[in-house]
Design a protein around this ligand. Structure first.
Ligand SMILES: *Cc1c(COP(=O)(O)O)cnc(C)c1O
Length: 252
């Protein structure tokens, strides 16, 4: 990061939690370093908003985004948070209904926040759906969800560590919501493992997780990623480990 940041850096975009590895990034430090260079910071919270308490003011990020469908909500809807003074400075990127204040043949002025950025008829059904998802999360409590899922992730890493055949990526880093691994056998692709688990009714994601640069870093085509939500259980992780034993037997 120190090498990448220069006086010309305008915006730093970074995952709070890596969707490829489940690793929690040190965003507080990243934000401080970026701000020291005068850059804004956009936090991609798609992988953290469903799993952890977020306080944008304490974090001091300039923007933060996340998707409804990663947190029990519908697709096609998400959240963009921005600091008010920055959003006031930014011009609208889209024209349409509800975003203008005054229009003449010569000049237009724009509505106040957030309407300036919400041109046209909104995705009303999606908004109601996302509201219901937030209500569901709040009915359990974000901290409760976080603590429970941390138990699941820690247990998974502990169980996966029992196997010499398994390589866990960034094993010692703090994880949230997901763990990525591969079998160490030559010529075995993550999708081979995924297919065997799938036959047993266990859903994992395989491949590069839309994050090819980190795959290049490890010099691998992809990983197997086990991910967790509040409805998962330790018994399911045991079932997953049994499935993995089959995969090791078949592919080894
Ligand atoms: C899923 C995901 C995205 C993409 O969000 P979509 O709403 O599916 O386009 C971006 N960043 C991260 C970290 C994600 O996990």
């Amino acid at each position: 990061l120190d090498d990448l940041l220069t006086d010309k850096t305008k915006l730093v975009c970074v995952n709070q939690v890596s969707n490829a590895l489940g690793v929690v990034n040190p965003i507080k430090t990243i934000i401080e370093k970026a701000h020291a260079k005068g850059a804004w910071v956009l936090i991609d919270a798609a992988q953290s908003a469903p799993h952890t308490v977020i306080d944008v003011q304490a974090m001091d990020c300039d923007f933060l985004v996340f998707s409804g469908h990663k947190m029990y909500g519908p697709t096609g809807i998400g959240i963009l948070y921005g600091k008010e003074d920055i959003l006031n400075e930014l011009p609208p990127f889209h024209g349409g209904g509800e975003m203008i204040k005054d229009v003449t043949m010569e000049v237009s002025t724009y509505a106040c926040l957030p309407f300036k950025f919400e041109a046209g008829t909104p995705d009303i059904a999606g908004i109601i759906g996302l509201g219901a998802a937030v209500g569901f999360i709040n009915s359990i409590g974000m901290q409760t969800i976080h603590d429970y899922e941390k138990e699941l992730v820690d247990y998974t890493i502990q169980r996966l560590s029992e196997f010499d055949e398994v390589e866990i990526y960034a094993k010692d880093a703090e994880h949230s919501g997901a763990v990525s691994f591969n079998l160490k056998f030559d010529g075995v692709h993550s999708s081979d493992v995924g297919m065997i688990l799938d036959k047993k009714g266990i859903a994992v994601r395989t491949g590069h997780h839309c994050a090819q640069p980190i795959m290049h870093h490890f010099n691998i085509p992809g990983t197997v990623r086990a991910s967790f939500a509040v409805y998962n259980t330790k018994e399911e992780i045991d079932t997953f480990i049994e499935g993995l034993k089959t995969a090791i037997r078949m592919l080894g």
